[in-house]
Design a protein around this ligand. Structure first.
Ligand code: GDP
Length: 485
């Protein structure tokens, strides 16, 4: 029960039917409580999406680990014999975690959508650092891949693996010529290497005809670190269905993120303790995510100046009294609302500076300003569960903001904005370690950016490119990245 002062009372517990009822509340408190914390829910799920999710849940119950159909498919795989989806009632896509938490959440979400579109069951390889982060999302079954899964040592899979789709094509062990493909027998599993170091032939995953071939494969193992949803719209096989599922194109990650991700009770405890101790009392919460990439680093002073210049330009942080440069924005902003500024960053310096600013100067309009930072881990650490739990807690705390200022290119920031249902203002990234001329931009949509374009020549049926170009734009923060608006 969260009848707390600033959690939205009366919020729809199941997000307008997005979430299925019938879970044991105690096992996953966030599932029922998080709707009270979000400040924006701009898109309701379409009836078609709701139907598709309920169908998916039924499929997962029928085919998931522990069921006779799962055992049968695994037997097939263990025997190593060529098979085809026609022999098996259930087909699977196994997601292999890779890279930081934001990357993982975006690629997992994309893989779930791929499973929805292709009638597969999504299973997740649970590495130690990826456990006790999220609750089970599907009623009556687990998404965790059982440890006795017959493909041994999946962490060895990479661009060079013989079982990768690209290498299978290059070695002529599988054909994407549709005339041959219908008759050919395909391997029991194919590894899809879609991470940033993918090769040219791996990119064929993004072609319509290749999808028709992959549809014959019983088990797909997929590793990537991108939000690849925008490329799914570019395949005739999926485009129409995607439009029916998401009439508002910028709602994909927003709705699927809220459907799929529910912080575990341990992480939810961190989130709610922090929220009620520091943020709940404020009338407005401003989330600020500051990410300094080593390949684009600038001095702390310069970054602080960039944040302040952006804030003045977009009226994000409260202006301070006596700052002449701010008089115009102060007039536009002048209110006496109490505000909480939540800083998420690996470093403490920005928090220290922003906190000092509001200690040394009064905010215009006189409202109280609190500045808070839950952690400063100093550096990104791989493979450590407690580090990932803090990151997840902060992604969620940011997503409960009224206003968001995030860092461009950062998937951590993308995920908070999509969950929040907000188009963030994004800090631009330094080029050649020089402060960018434009400090920040307002995002065109709350959809994350796909950091690469598939850039592959495909054969076969194409989507209407003119229609496509109206909705797909180059990302504000990543040249050559694709984004839906
Ligand atoms: P990206 O690299 O910004 O796209 O985001 P990722 O989430 O994929 O990877 C960055 C990782 O660094 C996170 O998952 C965290 O482990 C860590 N990290 C980066 N920024 C923060 C932060 O503000 N707070 C916390 N707790 N961890 C962070």
């Amino acid at each position: 029960n969260v009848s707390r002062p600033s959690a939205t009372s009366g919020a729809d517990e199941l997000f307008g039917g997005l979430l299925a009822p019938g879970f044991d509340r105690r096992t996953c408190l966030s599932r029922y409580q998080s709707p009270h914390y979000y400040k924006h829910s701009p898109y309701a799920p379409s009836p078609h999406l709701l139907q598709k999710l309920r169908d998916y849940e039924a499929r997962h119950r029928k085919c998931g680990p522990g069921t006779p159909l799962y055992a049968k498919s695994v037997d097939h795989l263990r025997s190593g014999s060529s098979s085809s989806t026609e022999d098996d009632e259930c087909n699977y896509v196994v997601w292999i975690p890779y890279n930081g938490l934001g990357n993982r959440m975006l690629s997992l979400l994309s893989t779930f959508l791929y499973a929805l579109l292709t009638g597969r069951v999504l299973l997740v390889q649970s590495t130690d650092d990826f456990t006790d982060l999220f609750c089970e999302p599907f009623p009556g079954g687990t998404w965790a891949l059982p440890p006795d899964f017959p493909v041994a040592d999946m962490s060895r899979l990479g661009a060079r693996s013989n079982e990768s789709y690209g290498n299978l094509l290059d070695d002529k062990k599988i054909s994407n010529d549709l005339a041959k493909a219908t008759a050919q027998s395909v391997p029991p599993y194919v590894y899809l290497h879609l991470a940033h170091d993918l090769r040219r032939s791996d990119r064929r995953f993004y072609c319509n005809d290749d999808q028709l071939v992959l549809a014959k494969v019983n088990w797909l193992l997929l590793q990537n670190d991108f939000y690849f949803v925008p490329a799914l719209y570019d395949m005739a096989e999926f485009e129409g269905e995607l439009r029916r599922l998401f009439p508002a194109m910028e709602s994909v990650a927003h709705l699927l993120g809220r459907y799929l991700f529910h912080p575990s009770n341990s992480v939810w405890g961190m989130i709610t303790r922090y929220y009620h101790s520091y943020l709940a009392q404020a009338e407005e919460r401003i989330g600020v995510q500051i990410r300094m990439f080593s390949w684009a680093s600038i001095p702390v002073d310069d970054m602080y100046d960039q944040i302040m210049a952006c804030s003045r330009q977009e009226h994000i942080l409260p202006d301070v009294d006596g700052d002449e440069a701010n008089t115009t924005s102060a007039a536009a902003n002048g209110s006496s609302k109490s505000k909480a500024i939540l800083i998420a960053s690996l470093r403490a310096e920005y928090y220290e500076r922003i906190k000092s600013t509001y200690y040394e100067h009064a905010a215009e309009g006189g409202g109280g300003v609190g500045v808070f930072q839950p952690s400063h881990e100093e550096k990104q650490t791989m493979g450590q569960r407690s580090h990932n739990q803090k990151a997840l807690a902060e992604i969620y705390l940011l997503s409960f903001s009224d206003v968001l200022l995030t860092t461009g290119i950062s998937t951590f920031g993308y995920m908070s904005s999509s969950l929040a249902g907000l188009r963030p203002t994004m800090l631009m990234i330094a080029k050649d370690h020089k402060v960018p001329e434009t400090p920040c931009v307002r995002a065109m949509s709350m959809e994350p950016c796909f950091h690469m374009t598939p850039d592959v020549k495909c054969h076969g049926k194409e989507v209407n490119k003119e229609e496509l170009s109206r909705h797909v734009k180059e990302c504000e923060d990543v040249p050559k990245g694709m984004k839906w608006i």
